[in-house]
Design a protein. Structure first.
Length: 462
């Protein structure tokens, strides 16, 4: 089954496609979704239409419709499981049914993975990649599916894309050795591909010398000592001095600085790599992350200095100024990312969080409310919303958000303890001691040492 472009749509479908475009422009997402699904039923290889459909579903006010059933599982999960068997027998006929599940939750891990597997059977490879790229944008900490995406790109001889996916995995799972090695191996393959090297040829004969090959092998290893990293840094710095425009060298040097936790230099070189790459978004995100780490390191250093010399007004002023600068930068950069991709709930959450920490609570609320559309971060978003309403003195709305978050949580994990503790504090502010004590007791029963819950609970019996 071939993938087609807009120009290749059949004449009978083009009017429906144009109507769908018009509906989207008018923000009539429900109508747009129905039209796009009809187009895709007839032309499942129309990737542009599928991408627009997913954007409509994310933008729609009622999407994804997250409902919970027994044990906090999302409803619809069993439907996706049933579709697995059907997809094996009739992959083409199952595609519309998968899309119906994705209409309920466009960021569903299960449905998107099934879409990927089904499209592989139909040889719709770009559509398959899009399915897992949706997971990558909506649930970037899902290492299992991101590994699957990276392996897919490698199988399609797209090592540069695989390297970027591995880098995203490392961002959320820094100790993932498979991703670390995969990133380096994929980067090496991408470099060879760019220079049109034949992978089947003897690599040593293609290298300028054996030392260069050994350097590449060494780069693929994980768990280097600090001394080894510093040696690699110095060698890469020499190569960079000889050719500052070499993207592979710049990225390698940036990665070494990151491993050495030299955040300022890591930011500088990731930023330069982004410039050389003509706008690689993964490198832009990496540069932003390194900038944040550099600011954090500066703040930690200043905080330690202030703690050692609390009477030093100059140090205290410098710390306050740096904290204000960091908050301003975070809001600015988060807003830019949202402007570039306004339908991404994760980016909305980051902007809402930045606005909250900067003290602009009213501006944070609409972004956080939009971020609740992503079921994978919903509880964290509701917790932040609860804190935002609390900061505005709107305790009843704050309790409502936290109660909704608790309804989604079953196991007494770190996030549930945090939500309960926050809820207990608000009940205390409201003067509702029984409700506050109930929250603290739930934590006390499983984690005696959590913050000050033991003191709060035990003092109530005095």
């Amino acid at each position: 089954m071939p993938e087609i472009t807009e120009k290749e749509l059949s004449p009978k479908l083009k009017p429906m496609w144009l109507k769908a475009l018009s509906a989207v422009q008018m923000s009539n997402y429900a109508y747009g979704i129905s039209l796009l699904q009809a187009v895709l039923n007839d032309s499942p290889g129309f990737l542009e239409g599928r991408k627009l459909l997913r954007k409509c579903e994310l933008q729609s006010a009622d999407s994804p419709k997250k409902k919970t059933g027994f044990f906090g599982l999302q409803t619809g999960g069993m439907s996706v499981m049933k579709l697995h068997g059907q997809a094996k027998k009739d992959p083409a006929g199952t595609l519309p049914l998968i899309e119906k599940e994705l209409e309920k939750d466009p960021l569903s891990d299960q449905a998107n993975e099934l879409l990927f597997d089904t499209c592989i059977k139909l040889e719709l490879y770009d559509t398959a990649a899009f399915a897992l790229e949706t997971i990558r944008s909506g649930n970037p900490d899902n290492a299992k599916l991101l590994h699957k995406l990276a392996e897919f790109y490698l199988s399609r001889n797209q090592p540069q894309l695989a390297s970027e996916v591995y880098n995203d995995i490392i961002k959320h799972h820094p100790m993932d050795g498979t991703a670390i090695k995969g990133s380096k191996d994929a980067s090496a393959r991408a470099s060879m591909q760019k220079q049109k090297w034949d992978e089947n040829a003897d690599m040593r004969s293609l290298m300028k010398n054996t030392a260069e090959f050994e350097e590449l092998e060494k780069a693929a290893r994980t768990g280097l000592t600090r001394q080894q990293l510093e040696e690699r840094r110095d060698k890469m710095a020499e190569k960079y001095s000889a050719d500052p425009q070499n993207l592979a060298t710049v990225k390698d040097l940036a990665g070494i600085y990151e491993q050495l936790e030299d955040w300022h230099n890591a930011h500088t070189f990731f930023q330069w790599a982004h410039t050389l790459s003509n706008g690689d978004i993964a490198l832009a995100n990496k540069a932003t992350a390194m900038k944040d780490r550099a600011l954090e390191a500066d703040l930690d250093h200043l905080s330690s200095a202030v703690a050692a010399d609390p009477e030093n007004a100059e140090l205290r002023s410098a710390l306050e100024g740096r904290m204000a600068e960091r908050l301003t930068v975070q809001v600015k950069e988060a807003r830019q990312r949202v402007d570039q991709n306004p339908t991404d709930p994760q980016l909305r959450f980051e902007l809402g969080s930045a606005l909250y920490h900067s003290g602009d609570f009213s501006a944070a609320i609409p972004h956080l409310q939009q971020a609740t559309r992503n079921p994978h971060i919903r509880t964290r978003v509701l917790l932040m919303l609860g804190r935002t309403f609390r900061a505005k003195g709107m305790f009843d709305l704050s309790i409502k958000q936290l109660s909704d978050a608790l309804a989604d949580l079953v196991a007494m994990d770190a996030i549930k303890k945090e939500v309960l503790y926050e809820k207990g504090l608000i009940h205390t502010q409201m003067g509702d001691q029984p409700a506050a004590l109930d929250c603290f007791k739930q934590i006390y029963e499983v984690d005696y040492g959590y913050r000050d819950v033991a003191q709060r609970v035990e003092s109530s019996y005095s």
